[in-house]
Design a protein around this ligand. Structure first.
Ligand SMILES: CCCCC/C=C\C/C=C\CCCCCCCC(=O)SCCNC(=O)CCNC(=O)[C@H](O)C(C)(C)COP(=O)(O)OP(=O)(O)OC[C@H]1O[C@@H](n2cnc3c(N)ncnc32)[C@H](O)[C@@H]1OP(=O)(O)O
Ligand SMILES: NC(=O)C1=CN([C@@H]2O[C@H](COP(=O)(O)OP(=O)(O)OC[C@H]3O[C@@H](n4cnc5c(N)ncnc54)[C@H](OP(=O)(O)O)[C@@H]3O)[C@@H](O)[C@H]2O)C=CC1
Length: 515
């Protein structure tokens, strides 16, 4: 049987979402580990005033591609951008491009989606479900298609506690929902969204569940694999440890904690933090593509791509390692020293929000106003609170995922492929991973230089001294107020002072005797 690189040799691959976090890692890994791949067709839209070509050219300059660039400076020749806006009819792919794709594509990886938790239902449905449906129709026209791999999420069925590698019946028949929402205006859809999503926390998990069902409907016509990653984090090993390029999921939380902004968050210390490194997800995805094409399973195979059941790590442990890592490798210009606490208690969290978020923000904004600058800290905290309120659902409970198919797939690989496309998370050393993750946020998300670490440490020392001074002044101030108002406080104060004096006299006398 062909190894994974042998299978991909000479193949034409279609990738959606290639400009996104996971898509980029997929493109890089394919080019690096399967250098004989024929071509990667990527569906890209123009965005933010940039043409499709400019976006792809910028993407290829990204540091992520350094290793590929070293191996093959002409790697860009294998990337063929196709203009496509997935929310438009026919994915807005030109008829010439459709003809090109249907004639040559051998395998499709569908990564594109909106992953925003606050996405209006209509838009989430349009992109995550209707676009998936349209891509499946296109796939059916492809003359040489061997596998269709759909990237879902382990949280598509987060309304269940135990999640098997099966596709559960959707909460509603997607076709009916699409038809009904078509005639409703945005206001009505917004009003009925909570009723529709029911016991799911957001439109993202809801539409991803519908998309799985839509994909499964085509299993008689296509060979399908569905990958369900949990919380995708920075890379573990490839192309280098700690690569990350966005604020999604835990990355934004880590950065906010590293900057000393986030000091409290609702999360359960003992709940499993089901983080999965992006390179693990991509290795599994490529292996699943190979397996689907070679074995052509009769029904869609689902791969839960998670760590909790195999090598569990908990939010309490994450908190500890994130904070100690940012103390060793501080971020530049921290607002306060990194020191965050997670709690599952609502009231305790509210208390710390008041004391550790709102109060310092108020003081800082006051200082900015008094010095003629624009206040900004309250605004930052309001945005932070909105973001973490959307994440708390995932950090306050845990789930159990069955990962039999992931284990089965590992067993099918040759020892060489198992090493080259490593998704064995038993080998993951969490403290080391978290350290590299935090350094990755500093280097690749915030573009901070590692050579500035001594200055950042000096800044943290300055912040610590400010805190000591502030606390001392506060205690003295409170005490002075008490002393002025209460005879009892004065008596205690004299008692403590005389005790200290006696202790000092005794100490001096005994040291004179011993000399
Ligand atoms: C130290 C203590 C650690 C303890 C850890 C405890 C808990 C861990 C926390 C989280 C774990 C749960 C993760 C669950 C993931 C489930 C897995 C999935 O299936 S899908 C992928 C996850 N999807 C997301 O994470 C998307 C979530 N984001 C959103 O929905 C939106 O971005 C938003 C949070 C609602 C914010 O929307 P808004 O319109 O206000 O802003 P923008 O998105 O336009 O962004 C503006 C600006 O802000 C930056 N940004 C975005 N998010 C964050 C953030 N969390 N922190 C800081 N900054 C953030 C963004 O990049 C933009 O920047 P710029 O203007 O420069 O481009
Ligand atoms: N990140 C995570 O923690 C997890 C992600 N997943 C799944 O993995 C997949 C990839 O996620 P991730 O890489 O993190 O997401 P990103 O948001 O980083 O990337 C999304 C991609 O989809 C593309 N896209 C979005 N809208 C359109 C559109 N209208 N037309 C064309 N392309 C569009 C984006 O293109 P553009 O650059 O033009 O915006 C981008 O390339 C998704 O299916 C997601 O559900 C699953 C579990 C966890």
């Amino acid at each position: 049987m062909a190894s994974i690189p042998e299978y991909y040799a000479g193949k034409s691959v279609l990738i959606t979402g290639a400009t996104g976090f996971m898509g980029k890692v997929l493109v890089e890994k394919l080019l690096r580990s399967c250098p004989e791949v024929k071509a990667l067709y990527i569906l890209v839209r123009p965005k933010a005033g940039q043409s499709m070509k400019q976006r792809v050219s910028d993407m290829m300059k990204c540091k992520l591609f350094d290793r590929v660039r070293e191996d093959n400076p002409d790697f860009h020749q294998k990337i063929i951008p196709i203009s496509s806006e997935l929310t438009q009819p026919g994915l807005s792919i030109s008829s010439e491009d459709v003809a090109k794709l249907t004639a040559c594509i051998n395998i499709v990886f569908h990564c594109a989606a909106t992953i925003r938790f606050d996405e209006p239902l209509k838009h989430a449905l349009q992109l995550n479900v209707i676009a998936t449906q349209q891509l499946l129709s296109l796939a059916q026209q492809m003359h040489h298609l061997e596998a269709f791999i759909h990237i879902s999420t382990a949280y598509a069925n987060c309304n269940r506690k135990h999640i098997d590698e099966v596709i559960y019946l959707p909460p509603v028949e997607p076709k009916k929902l699409i038809e009904s929402l078509e005639w409703m205006d945005d206001g009505i859809v917004r009003d009925i969204t909570p009723r529709l999503i029911g016991d799911r926390p957001n439109t993202y998990t809801y539409t991803k569940a519908l998309a799985e069902y839509v994909v499964q409907q085509e299993q008689d016509k296509l060979s399908i694999g569905i990958i369900r990653p949990s919380i995708v984090g920075a890379s573990w090993q490839e192309p280098f440890p700690g690569w990350i390029d966005n604020f999604n999921g835990p990355s934004g939380v880590f950065i906010a904690a590293g900057k000393g902004i986030l000091r409290t968050m609702r999360a359960s210390n003992d709940a499993v933090a089901d983080l999965i490194p992006v390179d693990v997800v991509i290795n599994l995805t490529l292996a699943a593509g190979w397996y689907t094409a070679v074995h052509r399973p009769k029904t869609a195979l689902v791969y839960n791509c998670t760590t909790g059941g195999i090598n569990p790590f908990h939010w309490g442990e994450i908190e500890h390692h994130v904070i100690s890592s940012f103390k060793r490798n501080p971020l530049e210009q921290a607002f306060r020293r990194p020191n965050a606490n997670i709690t599952s208690n609502y009231l305790i969290n509210q208390y710390w929000i008041l004391v550790s978020h709102k109060f310092p923000a108020f003081i800082y904004d006051l200082f900015l106003r008094l010095s003629g600058q624009k206040p900004q800290m309250m605004r930052i905290f309001n945005r932070l609170h909105k973001a973490i309120s959307l994440l708390e659902y995932f950090s306050s409970q845990d789930w159990e995922w069955n990962s039999d198919n992931m284990n089965m797939l590992m067993g099918q690989l040759t020892p060489k492929d198992r090493k080259m496309f490593n998704f064995d998370v038993r080998q993951l050393n969490w403290p080391e991973y978290i350290e590299n993750y935090c350094i990755g946020t500093k280097k690749y998300v915030l573009n901070e230089d590692m050579s500035d670490i001594p200055a950042a440490r000096q800044h943290l020392r300055k912040l610590r001294n400010i805190r000591y001074t502030f606390n001392t002044l506060l205690v003295v101030f409170i005490w002075r107020v008490f002393i002025a108002r209460s005879q009892m406080a004065r008596n205690i104060w004299y008692f403590v002072v005389s005790l200290c004096f006696k202790f000092l006299s005794y100490f001096r006398a005994s040291s004179t005797l011993t000399n």
